[in-house]
Design a protein around this ligand. Structure first.
Ligand SMILES: [Zn+2]
Length: 134
């Protein structure tokens, strides 16, 4: 993936700050109601407990941003392969992966990466890009 940034380290330091008592739960569990709703309705289940409250209700929601997307910028990716559809129509946009806990409302940007036609190698499509076609 192009321009992939992993925010695991940043997440770790925030969670450690909370466990040390340097950060209050209200400071870090501040998910916007829209994000919580998106997580509940369209979020992908995350197979690990919430780092703050340990509940098994972590969800991942992806959002797309980019000037070319115009009114579509800032929307959550739904259905699941909508980003692939956008990727075939637009040259470049950014995808943000946000994790949100439905219980305590902890939220965090897990990763972000670039998508779009610019980043699709022509050979990747014919080679199947690791996908198995029936
Ligand atoms: Zn939680």
């Amino acid at each position: 993936m192009q321009g992939f940034v992993d925010y695991t380290m940043a997440k770790r330091s925030i969670v450690e700050g909370y466990k040390r008592g340097a950060l209050d739960r209200h400071d870090i569990c501040d998910a916007h109601p829209e994000l919580v709703r998106a997580g509940r309705n369209i979020g992908a289940k995350v197979r690990r407990p919430c780092p703050v409250c340990q509940a098994e209700s972590l969800r991942q929601v992806r959002y797309v941003f980019g000037d070319q997307l115009k009114h579509l910028s800032g929307r959550p990716v739904y259905p699941d392969d909508w980003d692939m559809e956008l990727s075939s129509k637009f040259d470049e946009f950014r995808c943000y992966v946000i994790e949100v806990c439905l219980d305590c409302h902890w939220n965090h940007m897990a990763a972000c990466y670039l998508m779009g036609r610019r980043f699709q190698a022509p050979s990747a499509r014919t080679a199947g890009a690791g996908r198995t076609n029936p």
